[in-house]
Design a binder for this molecule. Sequence first.
Ligand code: COA
Length: 142
Amino acid sequence: MNDTRDAVEEEQPVGELTTRTMAMPADTNASGDIFGGWVVSQMDIAAGIAASQCAMERVVTVAIDSMTFIRPVKVGDVMCVYSRVLRVGRTSITLAIEAWALRHRFGYREKVTNAQFTFVAVDDNGKPIEISEEQRAKYNNA
Ligand SMILES: CC(C)(COP(=O)(O)OP(=O)(O)OC[C@H]1O[C@@H](n2cnc3c(N)ncnc32)[C@H](O)[C@@H]1OP(=O)(O)O)[C@@H](O)C(=O)NCCC(=O)NCCS
């Protein structure tokens, strides 16, 4: 095993495992790697699940910040997305999201992206609504 692999294996995902999806040939770009847009959409799905569980309301994505693509994702990799709530505001939830690729055939995982996602809790008309004090306290004091 080489030094790079050792270093990669020392880093651990931060947050809760929220989704797992296999990268398929239909998700590739012209170079044969997985599209960045597909990876971002997987992160958005996971972040949305975690944000709606936190708010206990319908949520919409309002911002994606500090998106970093660290390594490529390959066909057959299992994309594991981890989420952690950073803070809950009056109507918004900000989360740290990490995607890790479980490398097909090699049996090890590497962090491939990270970003900060912000969601807003909305009503049926798409207007921001307050997150309950109970939920805010639960996450902000955790
Ligand atoms: C999300 C949306 C409902 C917010 O409406 P708005 O009238 O701008 O809301 P507000 O200005 O009252 O802001 C609501 C919250 O979002 C936060 N917010 C707004 N823009 C933000 C940004 N760019 N980054 C981080 N937080 C942001 C505000 O700080 C506020 O948080 P708080 O209540 O916890 O303090 C509206 O912008 C929208 O519908 N956007 C499209 C969402 C969507 O369709 N997403 C899917 C992707 S296509």
